[in-house]
Ligand binder design. Structure first.
Ligand SMILES: [Zn+2]
Length: 344
């Protein structure tokens, strides 16, 4: 079997705090004198039901982790380590998602919070060889005017290169907030040419996917897996060229599916959808990028040609420059052309 860590790929769904290494979280907590909830101290992946209580548990842990990131140095460390970990997993392009709001108070405001992330993304790209672009994400739990503020901030740094803002997202509990209220923020981002990458079709089904598509016009859907429940909606998204950022470990951890075999990866791929596998929040789900490809191989029976096609999807759905895409796609072809090790 070919080594999945050597398969070139783009990582398009990874959250800033959620990318943190468990060891880093422990060190930051100790340094700041913060007590971590038990579930963040031991090594098991989160398993929560897909209801509001389950999400609350996830959010509470997420908030506890985020509260340990309290300085410019902490923020830089997270970006640097996310890039290092991606490099070790064969990622050539990381589009990391951050809502700068929570870190703003520690570094003097939203603008410096975002600039720190962008500056470190630039240096980390140079050091690791992984191009790190940034997705600015607004939260469904905040006022839509906050989303507009973030969109305006994001467009000031728009670009497709390392250390630039490549996209605009909308995260947090999909059941919260009214989707149409966020349309003005997405219009601001669209006018600057940012990729539009809201979460959708994770906790809610095809009806909500429709709403997200009609009002926010996504280029990629964060998750989008539940689109598979309605072949017509799925077919429509495929025709429109909307890509799916599928995060299997996250879906199982958050109870969207009871087990890995239920994640509709095959349904999406067979419908012709562009799929980019992502780790979402490895800190809580204890599963990084390569593990998502391993699941596709071992649980869903994807052969190496199909795994290469997933990797190609991730590259095509990224905002990487033409040159970077060409280089990565050639790398994927080379991976597939290699003879697998004997006995593998
Ligand atoms: Zn996410």
């Amino acid at each position: 079997m070919r080594d999945l860590a050597r398969l070139p790929k783009a990582h398009l769904h990874l959250h800033f705090t959620g990318s943190m290494r468990p060891s880093t979280l422990a060190e930051l907590a100790a340094a700041h004198g913060m007590r971590l909830p038990h579930a963040l101290q031991h090594g098991d992946p989160l398993r929560a039901p897909s209801d509001e209580r389950g999400w609350f548990r996830f959010q509470r842990l997420y908030d506890a982790a985020r509260a340990c990131v309290r300085s410019e140095a902490d923020m830089r460390r997270l970006v640097a380590e996310a890039a290092e970990d991606d490099a070790a997993e064969g990622s050539g392009r990381l589009e990391i998602q951050v809502d700068p709001t929570s870190y703003a108070p520690f570094v003097g405001g939203l603008t410096p919070a975002l600039e720190i992330v962008l500056d470190e993304a630039r240096s980390a790209s140079r050091r690791t060889g992984v191009e790190v672009g940034v997705v600015v994400a607004a939260s469904r739990t905040r006022h839509p005017l906050d989303a507009r503020t973030l969109a305006r901030l994001a467009v000031r740094y728009a670009g497709d290169g390392p250390g630039e803002v490549v996209g605009f997202g909308l995260s947090n509990d999909e059941r919260r907030g009214d989707t149409p209220d966020f349309a003005p923020a997405f219009r601001i981002a669209a006018q600057a040419g940012l990729a539009l990458v809201p979460h959708g079709g994770e906790l809610l089904g095809p009806d909500h996917v429709r709403e997200v598509v009609d009002h926010l016009h996504p280029d990629r859907l964060g998750h989008g897996v539940r689109t598979a429940e309605d072949p017509r909606v799925l077919g429509d998204l495929v025709r429109r060229g909307v890509a799916f950022e599928v995060c299997p470990a996250s879906n199982v951890s958050l109870g969207v599916y009871a087990e890995h075999g239920h994640v509709p990866l095959r349904t999406l791929a067979e419908a012709g959808a562009t799929v980019a596998l992502g780790a979402d929040d490895p800190l809580l789900f204890r599963s990084r990028l390569v593990a998502q490809y391993e699941t596709a191989r071992t649980v869903h029976g994807f052969d190496d040609a199909a795994l290469a096609e997933l990797a190609r999807g991730s590259v095509r759905a990224s905002r990487a420059s033409e040159g970077t895409r060409r280089r990565m796609l050639a790398g994927i072809d080379a991976w597939l052309a290699e003879r697998p090790p004997v006995g593998g």
